[in-house]
Design a protein around this ligand. Structure first.
Ligand SMILES: [Zn+2]
Ligand SMILES: [Zn+2]
Length: 232
């Protein structure tokens, strides 16, 4: 008797496919990894038209980070991939960073990064899933680039749950501002790499960067996120 072959569905376009890679069909996966804008904001890495070097957001607010990089936009396939990693326990999909390793190496090279740290997940996510995506990501980068890894950012209370309901930028700022603390051993690093999963408005990364600097933990703060919300 012939068994019925069940083809997997692509997490992004939802079409049936013979094989998936990171939960995506071939064409969705290709689209995801081909993201490589020629020109980016010199602070946050946001894709820009040729000729400009700073995005509207970095132009209009004080950025406490010195430079940042992300791999793919938080939309369609990027969003589908992050969802599998965060909520379907597909931590092995973090290996997608291998497909961007040249760009990532270009970003890391030439920067004095004494250690890699991460934005902690909310206690809620951590307790319900048992892992923290930013921490796993930081560990992988640490072993790949052979840069030490150190936890310095802590949350006071579960905060991301509060952020998830649509809040204004001002409200987000005050929530985020009150929920993080940064610990220091008294030695000031030249530079650190702060890792998070998604850069939405940048409030989280910017707030943590400001705490790092205020507490004299590092001279320079660079950030890396898997994904960033990018408007078309
Ligand atoms: Zn697809
Ligand atoms: Zn920017």
């Amino acid at each position: 008797m012939l068994e019925k072959i069940v083809f997997p569905l692509c997490n992004c376009c939802k079409k049936q496919t013979t094989e998936t890679k990171f939960g995506l069909c071939f064409s969705c996966f290709e689209k995801l990894i081909s993201f490589n804008p020629e020109n980016r904001c010199k602070y946050c890495g946001y894709p820009l038209e040729k000729g400009s070097n700073i995005c509207g957001r970095c132009f209009s607010r004080k950025s406490f980070f010195d430079a940042g990089f992300f791999l793919f936009p938080y939309s369609e396939c990027g969003k589908a991939l992050i969802h599998s990693i965060k909520f379907e326990d597909k931590l092995e999909y973090l290996e997608v960073i291998n497909f961007f390793i040249n760009q990532l190496t270009d970003f890391i090279n030439g920067k004095e990064i004494d250690f890699i740290t991460y934005v902690p997940s909310s206690l809620f996510h951590y307790l319900s899933r048992g892992y923290s995506v930013p921490r796993e990501l930081a560990k992988r980068l640490s072993s790949f680039f052979n840069i030490p890894y150190k936890k310095i950012v802590y949350t006071k209370r579960p905060y991301k749950k509060l952020l998830s309901k649509s809040k204004s930028v001002k409200e987000r700022k005050s929530i985020v501002g009150n929920f993080f603390r940064v610990k220091s051993d008294g030695r000031k690093a030249n530079g650190i790499l702060l890792v998070d999963d998604v850069f939405t408005t940048g409030t989280t990364v910017n707030t943590v960067a400001s705490l790092v600097k205020k507490n004299n933990v590092a001279e320079k703060v660079y950030f890396f996120t898997l994904s960033m919300v990018v408007k078309d």
